[in-house]
Design a binder for this molecule. Structure first.
Ligand SMILES: [Mn+2]
Length: 274
């Protein structure tokens, strides 16, 4: 199989990190299997390595791949933050992929350390703002409560949301989160951010018709095309990103891993261009 060049690389722009961790998933596990599947989908011979704006991601000097980490349950936040931190320290922008959404808290910690005044664009069916879920403050349903409590982002914008409840609405108001629910889905294009942007992409922002290989099927989501258009129409400097919640055990045909690889490609080229 073709592979990304290993970290470190003298000329690379984008550091890659697979996070094989699904112990904070509240309903189904399986997203720990995602990093390898996204790598395979990226290099799948059914497609090419060019983006829609005709940029060749197979060219030299783009990627440096730090491989996959499999953090322990007890030390996941620290191990993940340190692994991502090494890439930022090398002057790279960073894309992490795989894992449940709890990995975003340490990934954002690493990003915020190197990029103050961070903004976050969060694609998801779920607000993930629970103070804790099933008595787990590090649940995959809680990362944005931890991020906002810690003051890691000056602005958090959520798109794709369609599972709001009272408690999470209170949390959103408390933290000043800009929630663009699916009822306002036309408002998500041409978003502008005036500070470094971290993009976190939960695959379940998409309608399960387009991306069934996820743990929480929530109908009424974005189409793949709509999500790509949100990314392509962004006016922002993206310094970090993650793609999470792909669950290969629910992706019998491998459709969803191809969607994840497509999102990966369009995020990468957006990171390269600004
Ligand atoms: Mn979600």
């Amino acid at each position: 199989m073709k592979k990304f060049p290993d970290f470190p690389q003298e000329k690379a722009c984008i550091g890659l990190l697979g996070v094989a961790f699904d112990e904070n998933s509240s309903y189904k596990q399986g997203s720990a299997l995602a990093p390898q599947r996204i790598r395979e989908a990226f290099f799948c011979d059914s497609a090419n390595l060019w983006t829609e704006d005709v940029t060749d991601l197979g060219a030299d000097g783009i990627f440096a791949d730090a491989g996959d980490i499999t953090p322990s349950v007890a030390n996941m936040p620290l191990e993940t933050e340190q692994a991502a931190g090494r890439l930022y320290e090398a002057g790279l922008k960073v894309i992490a992929f795989g894992g449940d959404h709890s990995v975003t808290y340490p990934l954002v910690r690493a990003a915020a350390k190197h990029h103050p005044n961070l903004s976050i664009l969060h694609f998801d069916a779920h607000p993930d703002l629970y103070d804790n879920f099933d008595n787990n403050p590090y649940s995959h349903a809680s990362p944005f409560a931890r991020i906002m409590e810690a003051g890691l982002a000056k602005r958090l914008v959520q798109v794709g949301i369609r599972t709001m409840i009272g408690h999470q609405r209170e949390q959103a108001e408390r933290f000043g989160v800009e929630v663009l629910t699916m009822q306002r889905w036309q408002d998500v294009f041409n978003l502008q951010f005036d500070s470094p942007l971290y993009v976190t992409f939960d695959m379940d922002c998409l309608d399960p018709a387009f991306a069934p290989g996820i743990s929480h099927w929530e109908p009424g989501g974005l189409s793949t095309r709509e999500a790509l258009s949100v990314i392509q129409s962004l006016r922002a400097e993206i310094i970090g990103a993650d793609i999470v919640e792909l669950n290969p055990t629910r992706d019998a045909l491998g459709v969803t891993e191809m969607v994840a690889a497509k999102v990966f490609k369009e995020l990468v080229v957006k990171m390269l261009k600004i």
